[in-house]
Write a protein that binds this ligand. Sequence first.
Ligand code: CAA
Length: 692
Amino acid sequence: MTIHYEKRGDIAILQADNPPVNALGIDVRAGLVAGLERATQEGAKALLIYGAGRTWFAGADIREFGKPLKDPILPDVCTAIEAASIPVVAALHGTVLGGGLEVALSSHFRIAVPGTRLGLPEVTLGILPGAGGTQRLPRLTGFEKAIEMITSGKPIKADEAKTLGIIDRVTDGTPLEIGLAYAQELVDQGATPCPVGALPAPDPIDFDAARAKVEKRARGQLSPVTAFDAVRAVSQMGFTEGLGEERRLFQSLMKTMQREGLIHAFFAERQVSKLPELAGVAPRELDVLGVIGGGTMGAGIATAALLAGLQVRMIEMSEASAEAAKGRIAGNLQGALKRGKISAEAFAQMTETALSCTTEYADLADADIIIEAVFEDMDVKKQVFAAIDAVAKPDAILASNTSYLDINEMAAGMSRPADFIGLHFFSPAHVMRLLEVVVGTQTAPDVVATGFALSKRLGKVAVRAGVCDGFIGNRILSTYRTAADHMILDGASPFQIDRALEAFGLAMGPFAVSDLAGLDIGWANRKRLAPTRDPRERVPTFADKLCEDGHFGQKTGRGYYIYEGRTKTENPDVLPLIEAERAALGLRPHSFTDEEIVARYMAAMVNEAAKVVGEGIARRPLDVDVTLLFGYGFPRYHGGPLKWADMQGLPGILNTITELAAQDAYFWQPAPLLQQLVAEGRDFDSLNKEAS
Ligand code: CAA
């Protein structure tokens, strides 16, 4: 039983009890309808609905999506509640989200405890509020606010909901107490039901301008614009017809791959920290975090740690650099202060009490975890760890923020290799949510568990990675980035590649990203790798030529693009450089369609990702998906590269790879795991399911 019925005096009470989040699964929906009928049959004068545990209904049960829905479906439950002959009171607490808010909106009176959050996050799952939310909310708030809430999916706090007219009252107490008191008051007043659906449509707005804004913000995602159209129906038709239109649009979104991708992302984000090796392993205590190196990365890590309430010991080489690091951290925290994320007192506490910036390794003696964020050079890192090893307390965890160096080699010289781990943050570390937890051959399980616990405390998403050059993310990046360079030699332009991939959903195309990161970085890397490079590898030189002329991208104002203020135009010098190189190599360029560009880029990404999973560097396909979603701007509505691959069909992708291998067998070696899955008629998600 997920809905418990009781009657106290004139008031019937329905308590929802479906942990953990009171999702509106079939039992809950059926229970609500049955409870409503019983209340009327037993002559109750009002009905109170509230949730047991941590929250009111946090939404539909997402696990039921994509399967045939069982009756009663949620829209019918909401219609039945709204049509009740007695007043229905919703007493809200926790997270009143999605279908949960829709049940509240179909109730006649709404009261909430302080701290309750309310929202319609459906668009973030690729759908729209499908149980009357798009038709009822605007009738309470007007179009503008309803469009903002529904198309952004962002929740609001109870006080704002009260101001907007979404709820009647915010009152201290338990949901049962405040709900009962309100219901009794209504009974005493002889209040009658007041359905939101009976309210008139609000004043119209400039819908075309508002739609254009939503479309721009959605960047290729369908659900916000479709949700907008559902809201607009309020101004075009009556309430009942509007519900029908909402249903039609809801069902059209349900069938999309974007919906499937977004829901995969939702569950993958929660699954990623669940690893059998961590079951029952307690993390170590963490209060004091040491950071070596106060550059952009080190300062970002320190900022994230301070914001999470940890004490931070920052170590730098000189007094001047320690001072500079302090300034960088204070600057980051100033940003949080300006945005209202922290108070002035918290800012002062973090910068004056919780943080120390010194030059003495001895100051790390009380640190529970020490993360090095120094120059990316094995010898430098080894020296740093020797110094840390000498001062760190016995149970302290030692961590490297390296983005590609071998952490087993680093551990080899230490007196405590079991306490050593890789923690690969992404820059800016106080903003980017991904953390790769890189597990060496000797890393102890409770050290891995502590990496995950730290990530959670910092509000980040941690992915477990094994040791290889670049771990999960940078290894895959290096392969698809190379595929983009090869396409240029074969005839595509960097500008077309950027445009095609931005249309696919990437925030920035690969060449615009190179300009942002600095072309000198790739240049240095190519020079470093040149002596050991396999002669079969195709390495373009057009980017080197730009660098030789002093053009490093955004920081010098010129790279693939020319930057003037906030405008970016294509650099006319780039294509002649590329043409000269093709001519020198005797290549015959051919034109690419945008689809071919996406297909090749994604084939490279999926193939390398399949190798990463096949070799055990990533435990499951979903670990790759989460890495690319949270660290590399992969569009969430495609679910991640391996979910995208499943939805496209693996045989087609393997065909593309096999065809390309005929031209460049060195680069396009099909991943054995991909071949195996195709041969067995399986997909990547079957591996996720096996692992869970
Ligand atoms: N359906 C099914 N399971 C859900 C769920 C839902 N709506 N919401 C959360 N869960 C599950 C999670 O998967 C997780 O399960 P595991 O413990 O097995 O991993 C568990 O509940 C706890 O969730 P969190 O770890 O996310 O807990 P939290 O305290 O950090 O966050 C929350 C709680 C804010 C409710 C968050 O889970 C959340 O945002 N949930 C989704 C809310 C949502 O999008 N609702 C709209 C649904 S769509 C809808 O309602 C459509 C409609 O119009 C009919």
